[in-house]
Design a protein. Sequence first.
Length: 267
Amino acid sequence: MSLPPILVHVFDKPLPYVPTLALQHRIHAIQLARRREAISHPDVLLLLQHRPTYTGGRRQKQEDLTLEEKRLKGLGAEWVTTERGGETTFHGPGQIVGYPLLDLGRMNMSIRTYICRLQVLMQEHVRRRYEIRHHPSDHTGLFVSNDRKLGSIGVQVRHRLTTHGFAFNVTNEPLSWFNQVVACGLADVRATGIQEQLALSAAHLAGRDQITAAGEMPSLVELFKEVMNREAVALGENNDSEIFGLVDELEKQAVAAGNWPLVPKIS
């Protein structure tokens, strides 16, 4: 049985984290309800940037999360405790976040295979576009050396439907925020990004250092289709008006939220 194309939406402005998390939950509920009623349900890919936000994961103790929240909110970022795997990480402008909301059951795909494909997606994106090579690691994520990490994966699967996803740094903007935490619980590892890696190599001489997160999105969509072996089309009112309405409302919230802090407030 051929699967319907994945519905893709690329957000224009950095999004507040909590409403974006709520959107994932709403889409998950729609997918589950339609599947139970034997109604056609879509797979969705949301590509975006967040406003500066630190998130905690399931592997952390509550007392540790409470201390982190107070300190990190003082830097000017949001703080959110999530249900994804992993530990504290950062999301913000200059970093691409992908939320694939997929039905793994009808794709006949295991969770392990799904995570491996997200890993391949990030690895191949930076290799093909910038000749940045993944460094093998015992940890999940995109590493360029033993102590430099460029991308992360943190997923949740309920009823064989995925939420959360992957993130990788494009510009240098997220790096000063990452420097305020032990990201993903890896004390000896520092965050890096595509822009920083190009500055360390001869690649930037070809003019490829002037990159933006938004500029990476089209090629990332094409690669996502290849890695998942699926077709994809832009989300719109014509192919799912209910989900499109929810996405459109979040776009308006992002505009209304205004400017965001560019660097952490360090006293």
